[in-house]
Design a protein around this ligand. Structure first.
Ligand code: ATP
Ligand code: MG
Length: 550
């Protein structure tokens, strides 16, 4: 049942716009820069942009914000599409800011003609210094009053490759004393002699973000251009270009970006982790990238539920990663198939069970659906159980196996521990038990015992590699890394531990495509590193956690 939820501020704006006929239908866009892989923050942006369009019968464009040829690559373009599809979203048009380079260039010349833009020969440093401060007006560039003809000539020469990188820039001529620093003659174009992943060597000048984004929105008739809060100060400039050029009035709205505890989401830093080999790649299951969490076993359903729960706000906040983990568990608990895997095995022999006999039990794949699909689980005289499920000097409240104690082997019989075999050092090496044939489920009367433990039949057990992941960082608020420290000082040395397990054979045949539950232990998903000889499983999440959402 869906709970009635209050409209968020974006939904209020859209409902109002539709109600008063300011827009007929809504068109949003998702504007990634193809300079890295999408991460959990982008998932929030995807849910908002695609979610709003879906809710109000509109559409969403995928527009690559590809104005910086040096950092961009088709590898990223492709991965972004794959991740959006995986999230279950379908864009209307696939577009690129670079599709509009000709149009943007034309608009730049138009501004020059109207005396609203000029070529500046100052260096980057001189330009920054000349901007002034919030309390101090800027100083006009000595090149600010060039004639229209000279500006046009110089700008065309810039385009034609006559100058080196940084030698000249094109700036808007607005107001060097404007209280909003954004208006102090913002840069429109810079020179960059670099090949672009789509336009090749056609251009050696590239438009700046502020001169690109709003106009691209406008060209596409985007009605609601939704971005993160740091663009709030850019909005007046966004509007200024649209008004000055007299083009379709797209509007920008800002929401708080997602920050998560123990997590970094800056693409620059994620790239560094990959390049330095600190993680195995963009899709390392510890990475907050969508390909990373996918390989970890997180589901799009869980990510969407998480985004829904955190909502859309106008105030930056640090969200608890435990809420995301909780959403993952909720989803997997409802849907995942169950299997038994013993991680720290101790041998268990059923001494009164016939030698050489194997019995196959039909066990439900999901207990929520006992009549649903089943798996076949073999049982015999020789089994493995979890070492921690046996205790010699057990306290009263220990309901698992102990000397002379009874326990049910999940899905099968009740057994009794008759003898504990130890090696010379006193370690338990074998538990000799008897079983009670009358306790077979479905046969006769149901006798209950307090404890049920999982197990694996020794003859059919398959060894699997287990990669147990934990948080990548040890600091809850990664924005609080002290000035004199590096974020890499806070890497968790125990973020990965590799162990092994003995699995029931059906696990290797699982076709569900999502993470499975190792009963009583954790959720795991089969990894692409698996081979014919050895399957590899990544731990998605532990089973239990005391965390409860508010
Ligand atoms: P980063 O700082 O990680 O490099 P970015 O903002 O430069 O991120 P883009 O590729 O430009 O990344 O982002 C595409 C869209 O996703 C933008 O609209 C951006 O505002 C949004 N976005 C990026 N990071 C987050 C985040 N942490 N939370 C919500 N939205 C985000
Ligand atoms: Mg960006």
């Amino acid at each position: 049942m869906e709970e009635e939820r209050k409209l968020n501020f974006l939904e209020e704006i859209i409902e109002d716009d539709l109600k008063y006929g300011r827009v007929k239908s809504i068109l949003t866009r998702f504007p990634p820069e193809p300079n890295g892989y999408l991460h959990l923050g982008h998932a929030k942006s995807l849910c908002i942009n695609f979610g709003l369009a879906q809710k109000y019968g509109g559409k969403t464009n995928l527009r690559y914000d590809d104005t910086n040829p040096v950092k961009e690559d088709t590898e990223y373009v492709d991965s972004i599409k794959e991740d959006i599809r995986w999230m279950g979203f379908q864009w209307d048009k696939e577009l690129y800011a670079s599709d509009y380079f000709d149009q943007l260039y034309e608009w730049a010349e138009q501004l020059i003609q109207r005396g609203l833009a000029y070529v500046d020969d100052q260096t980057q440093e001189e330009i920054s210094k000349g901007r002034g401060t919030v309390d101090k007006p800027g100083t006009p560039s000595p090149w600010r009053d060039r004639s229209v003809e000279e500006n046009l000539r110089l700008f065309r020469e810039m385009r034609d490759g006559k100058y080196t990188d940084g030698e000249k820039v094109l700036r808007a001529k607005i107001d060097m004393a404007h209280p909003n620093m954004m208006f102090r003659d913002p840069l429109l174009y810079r020179i960059k002699h670099a090949s672009h992943h789509r336009t090749g060597d056609k251009w050696c000048i590239y438009p700046m973000y502020d001169f690109t984004h709003g106009q691209c929105d406008s060209i596409e008739h985007i009605t609601h251009s939704i971005c993160t809060l740091e663009f709030d100060v850019h909005r007046p400039l966004y509007d200024w270009f649209i008004q000055t050029l007299g083009i379709f009035p797209s509007h920008q709205y800002e929401f708080a970006r997602l920050n998560l505890t123990y997590t970094l989401m800056s693409k620059r830093k994620l790239l560094e982790l990959v390049q330095k080999g600190i993680v195995s790649g963009w899709d390392d299951p510890r990475m907050p990238t969508l390909c990373g969490v996918r390989r970890r076993g997180y589901t799009p359903e869980a990510l969407k539920e998480f985004c829904d729960r955190i909502g859309v706000s106008k105030r930056d906040q640090l969200m608890d990663i435990q809420l995301l983990e909780w959403c993952v568990r909720q989803d997997l608990n409802a849907r995942s198939n169950r299997y038994m895997v013993v991680q720290d095995p101790v041998k268990l022999t059923i001494v009164n069970y016939p030698e050489g006999q194997v019995e196959w039990f039909d066990c439900p794949l999901n207990p929520a659906d006992p009549e649903g699909a089943a798996r076949k689980v073999p049982f015999s005289r020789n089994l493995w159980i979890e070492r921690a499920d046996f205790m010699e000097d057990a306290p009263k409240k220990f309901f698992r196996l102990k000397p002379d104690g009874e326990v049910r082997l999940k899905y099968t019989y009740i057994i009794k521990c008759e003898e504990v075999v130890k090696d010379a050092e006193g370690n338990v090496v074998e538990l000799k038990c008897t079983y009670d044939p009358s306790t077979k489920p479905g046969a006769g009367e149901w006798r209950s015992v307090k404890g049920t433990i999982h197990w694996v039949e020794a003859g059919h057990a398959r060894e699997v590699e287990l990669r147990n992941y934990d948080r990548l960082f040890t600091l809850a608020d990664m924005s609080q890394v002290p000035e004199d420290r590096d974020y890499k000082d806070f890497l968790n040395p125990e973020s990965l531990s590799v162990t092994s397990g003995l699995a029931e054979p059906a696990l290797l045949e699982d076709k569900s495509g999502i993470a499975v539950q190792f009963e009583r232990c954790a959720y795991y998903i089969k990894d692409k590193d698996s081979t014919e000889e050895k399957a590899v499983f990544n731990r998605t999440a532990t089973l239990k956690d005391s965390y409860r959402p508010e």
